[in-house]
Ligand binder design. Sequence first.
Ligand code: SDX
Length: 431
Amino acid sequence: MAETSRVATLTLDGKTYELPVMSPSVGPDVLDIRKLYAQADVFTFDPGFTSTAACESAITYIDGDKGELLYRGYPIEQLAEKSHYLEVCYLLLNGELPNAKQMEDFEFRITRHTMLHEQIHNFFRGFRRDSHPMATMVGVVGAMSAFYHDSLDINDPWQREVASMRLIAKLPTIAAMAYKYSIGQPFVYPRNDLDYASNFLHMCFSVPAEPYHVEPALAKAMDRIFTLHADHEQNASTSTVRLAGSSGANPFACIAAGIACLWGPAHGGANQACLEMLREIGTVDRIPEFIARAKDKNDPFKLMGFGHRVYKNFDPRAKVMKESADEVLELLGVHNNPLLQVAKELEKIALHDEYFIAKKLYPNVDFYSGIILEAMGFPTAMFTPIFALSRTVGWISQWKEMIGDPQGKIGRPRQLYTGPVARDYVEVADR
Ligand code: SDX
């Protein structure tokens, strides 16, 4: 629990109000304005929450100036290199790295929750084959609350735990089924003898007609992509999950809300939008045309995969992803991938362009991820579902932290109202 380190004073209309200043373990101090409205009859105004700490959290920390990302204090670069996704899931959920026994137990439990209730398969058949897999995932994850009635009570720690395991375990199965359904291939059941990432690749790319071999280097790259996307403070989709959870909604409904929010092209949908942009640019010589459009105030075009609310020097995930892109494309023999050439040239040009430097716009996690995923065989429509399944552990960890917060209450922001004041109804004959 953060402590009050000192007091700020606000003077308004001749009156002075004291605002406690709370100090975090690292990062900016915060002004505690919880009593401001009661004392001064004023709201604060912060659309987009650019200067607002919506909660206290001990899970993930980002230093946007240093390009630092910590999961429970561990730098993302070290976790991407030395850990693996399920160990990162344990860390995010429990706050500490597991010992060997804890890891074995956790992996056993997750592995045995990967199958979906067989009747849920029928939900997929209600969608058009050309539905976006994110539409399917929002629908199917929300529908899980119609099946797993023994893990809906958010006030029961055991049910919260089971719901968490089910969501982390089943999201890859659901994402893979959404992909298989979209290409008219049969669903592939999970296999308990495969690790998390290998199982996902198996469920996506194997077919009943022949054996499928998971290339270990690709499974490792897939696992690293999961880790890089696992959590990210109070981003839009995590804030959505917290807000939904604050009303007491069941965990499946909350995660479905997070998936819906992540779908937006300004957020998790950027990986798909970025690859489509690179494809539209096509060749290096067309880059200046798109840079000019990105700088044109009258053109809504933005360089997808560029910019971030918090990172103002570089996104450490993008650095790891760029290294991984080189490795994966080399492994797949597509190192001269034209999209990668365009992406690298675009990054180089943009990072030396005054506009992008002045606005502190750098490649974010979505800039290189799509290039790797496409090289691995995923269609662009599967990029955001992969982001969603990776982020499920972050959403769940933040949701559990919120449920366990003794200060927790339903989220209900106020507003700066500028509409009409009270007025009487006018009969249509008099209008
Ligand atoms: C993710 O929050 C998270 O942590 C998210 C995420 C996570 O892990 O959860 O990191 C994942 O969502 C990454 C971001 C993916 N989105 C994109 O790549 C889409 C393109 N980027 C932009 O839409 C934008 O940069 C945002 C949404 C990411 C950030 O927007 P902000 O913080 O609200 O900043 P802004 O839109 O106010 O931009 C500041 C200025 C603006 O110009 P001015 O109004 O000051 O003149 O920079 C410009 C913007 O027009 N700008 C861009 C730009 N991004 C911002 N100009 C060109 N190209 C861009 N990509």
